[in-house]
Design a protein around this ligand. Sequence first.
Ligand code: ZN
Length: 220
Amino acid sequence: MGAQGSGKGTQAERIGPQLKLVKVATGDLFRSAIAQQSELGLQVQSIIESGNLVPDELTNAIVQVRLAQIAANREKSDEVQGALFDGFPRTEAQARALDDILAAQGTKLDAVIEIDVPREKLITRLSGRRTCENCGAVYHVESDPPQVDGICDKCGGKLIQREDDKPDSIARRLALYDNQTRPLLDYYREKGILVTVDGDQNIDTVTAEILAALNERASA
Ligand SMILES: [Zn+2]
């Protein structure tokens, strides 16, 4: 768990392979369900095309199918040890549904990692992002600038600030996190499975701290 700009996705990409956990991200699941044109995929496609948010029941159904596949793969292979959720659950209703899905499969969440980054740092990270309008490469004006200001190193394309990375949009996304997702931290804290890691450090240090915390829990 973590707000946009916390490095949550980056850490998930690193932690998952190390612990042999399959990433479960609803955006990826929607895309793959649509690509497969499964019954659920067709429903998702029509909802997204009409500009609406995919409702919880449908999201939960898709997660349930994916978790059943992962459980089956775990039986067959030592290379699959479990699942790592990224960007799900986002609401308390989804969190409760996930608990039910997992309980029905005879399992539960082992840990919930919160990557905590001070608000002003999140805003700096997000507002400094520049994206190549040609190839999609992402830069940061302070921490990862291109060699030539405003020009993509990879393809020479023009760097732009995406609508999502403009101040109004950033404020909206952070408010959404505060209102919908932050209450989940208390939900998981009460269950005794919340681990908070300081995300205002370099990427390698954050990864090491997450792994250490998970390790400690596993051996406790
Ligand atoms: Zn480019």
